[in-house]
Design a protein around this ligand. Sequence first.
Ligand code: ZN
Length: 481
Amino acid sequence: MHPVRFFAVIGSFALALAVAAGPVSGADSKEVDEKDDAARLLVAEELSKLAAFCAEKNAPAQARSELELALLAERKTREIAARIEELRSQTGSPPADFGSRHQEEQKKAYEKCTRALLELAPLLEKESPERFSACLDLLDRFPGTNVASRFDATFFEPYSRWIPAADARRLESGSEFVDGKWLERAQVTALDRSHATWKDPWVVSDGVHEVRTTLPLRTARQLLSYIGTYRRFLVRHLAGLWEIAPPKGGLLPVIVTASQADHRARWEAEPRTAGVPLNGGAACYLVSSDPLNPCFVTFEPVLGEGRVAKVPLEVVLSALTHEITHQIVFEHAKPARKERDSGMNAWCVEGLAAYMQQWKLERGRWRLERAARNVPLGGGRFTTLDPAFAWAKEHEHALPPLSRFLAIPKEKFYKLENYHMAGTLTWFLLEGEKGKYRKSFARFLELVHESQDDEKSFSTCFEGVDQKVLQAELTRFVAGI
Ligand SMILES: [Zn+2]
């Protein structure tokens, strides 16, 4: 066990976007908490009832869609996720009048949900900018709520959240809210300069992750917002399959640097990386049996040809998504983790990260990117984002046989084409064939991430599945990309 490093904490992200509201008494705060809880519960329950109506009328797809919306209320999650899993494999043809009946029932349910959220939002605006944003985000999913004009709010893309329009204008002018007050751009720049060394870096936290950086506060907060949004998405994405929870006893560090030299220096300053070579990407995470292992992120990675290059934010976010997937699932699964290494099944660890890496955050929503894209880096150089599925499609007639791929030992796994194949295979096992392999694959993911796997784990988890059939289904899935 190594001691945790301490840095000065300047401001807290929870306050970062707060409007200049007066102090809120504990009693009010408790009441608002209760109202928030009640409104979210109401949304979860109303939409569950609506989904039950759809399912009863033989419309499982519509039922699922209502439940996907219900999941966003973050109440009764286990129950809702389990129901979504049941519905996933079902097909049905609803009666001719279903469309109009559904519309009627949906209108009633949506009205109840929006009424509760519309009452709640003004209370949260004073109480908690973060929950205000979450409430507006949920409201915005219901048609006709006109969140922006009704609350004079703006979706501030860099922080991926709804905020009062006046605050958005301040942020756009370079101001930041620090330690309870708004600072002008020049004051922020001066503060950034004072936190530009590792003696006293910026440290911002959301209660689960902690970003430490000598880069500007705007970058620190932007990355923290992305990480928090992604973490909630990942947990929701796995809900009903694999229950993971944030580790207790500390924050998950993400150490962000501007230069390759600084990246290397931070890696070497971390005692638990001793003797482990740093890889070249824009982000890395070292799994160890110690708690709270950090993720290292840089805006100046080493590219394929061995030269360093400055890369834009989207390249950093892509690498970060891969590595924080590792960090979240390993650190969240840690209580059950064994102190051993099977030396195999690396494909499922990398497959999950490579698959999740292709989800893109756009205006608070997640979209799975199917196509690869080259990002120019100047000087005629470029780097390729989201290559996994495009690689599989390109090699659809020459994919490695599963029997061979699944048996690749860990020491031989770490080649680009294996990452691409693993990412595509993960996508297929989660979403292909109406999700019939989801539960088996989730069990396998859990075993491997807890280091409880061995060479028989795949066949045990996929008992009764003919690998020839699996291969044919995968081929068909890839043909459809
Ligand atoms: Zn990886």
